[in-house]
Write a protein that binds this ligand. Sequence first.
Ligand code: SER
Length: 415
Amino acid sequence: MESAEIRRRFLNFFAERGHTVVPSASLLLNDPTLLFVNAGMVPFKPYFLGEAVPPYKRATSVQKVVRTLDIEEVGKTTRHASFFQMCGNFSFGDYFKEGAIPFAWDLLTTSTHEGGYGFPEDKLWVTVYEDDDEAAGMWQELVGLPADRIQRRGMVDNFWSMGVPGPCGPCSEIYYDRGPDYGREGGPVADEDRYLEVWNLVFMQSIRGEGPGKEGFPILGDLPNKNIDTGLGLERMAAILQGVDNIYEIDTTRGILDRAAELSGTAYGTAEGSDVALRVVADHARTCAFLIGDGVIPGNEGRGYVLRRITRRVISKMRELGAHEPTMGELIDTAIAQMAPQYPELNDQHVRIRQVAVGEESAFLQTLRTGSAIFDTAVASVRTNGGSTLSGEQAFALHDTYGFPIDLTLELAAE
Ligand code: SER
């Protein structure tokens, strides 16, 4: 099933059940706690907190999301992306667990010719928060899930917040068993590669305060209403429904990956190192197009720095893969061609997005030419002195005097 169809089915399913279809918000929202929208619920946060009155009781959306905390994992695992799309259904003081659980189950298990995703019921597992007997009971009573496919987990896994003070609540996650080829028996608590998380249902009912990590914060009280916030990763769903191993090989992203392979002259599937690099390029080129499209300009801090870092990673990987000429323009063209059918604003912004990306590429290639020479000299002097570690002073000089980015120095030094 194509990505566009997965998205269409999600929105239709919830529209038919009284949800207003809300278009994706920009990646840049005015929330001082966030650089980028990092979850489908972010645009609705004021409704959960009771700071604004929602114009609807039920909503559904496919929201653009950027998460860069795990950027080093992109391409190495089957499921990390810096940009992805989150399909969600939301209730603002309307239905709660008793509504969200059967909705999710029906959409997943209804056959594909009847408009669902066609998952076999016996391949689905769920987790619930450790003391959430209510949700565990509903999974059995409302949809008939056997008790031995419901597992309980603590705060770290089954309590969701934005990572900062704000709305939060216990959650229940739905997992798809990909089978013994992918790992151990025993449900999601045993192996999250075999049991792939596909949908997170958050029972948004509390407010959290400051505190580290996923459990080191106080619960300050209740939200004015009991709400629902769910998130189903479109790319993960596509990987399952298209029968590919990872999210970089799904229809849309694969197009960018193949273009990167053509432009660099390195075929996909020849070696693990170059495969990782091609996956990074496919993921990051798409992220660049969306960030620039939403108004980010490369810079040295904040959002601009994230964009700069991502763009530069694309360029470095393409060089590593064997590209000698600039490739950013072509990669952006391909990313836009793949994504514009669902995000027509990319077409309207195409010329500007391309210009910004190509401009950053030429500036960086110039920096690389100067910086690489200085880097090589620094490495040679370390070696002459019998050492194997570039000093902090040398790394700083590369950055401060020559604009050579520290992450690149780290990568080159490790090599
Ligand atoms: N907010 C939850 C998440 O991002 C569910 O949408 O996983």
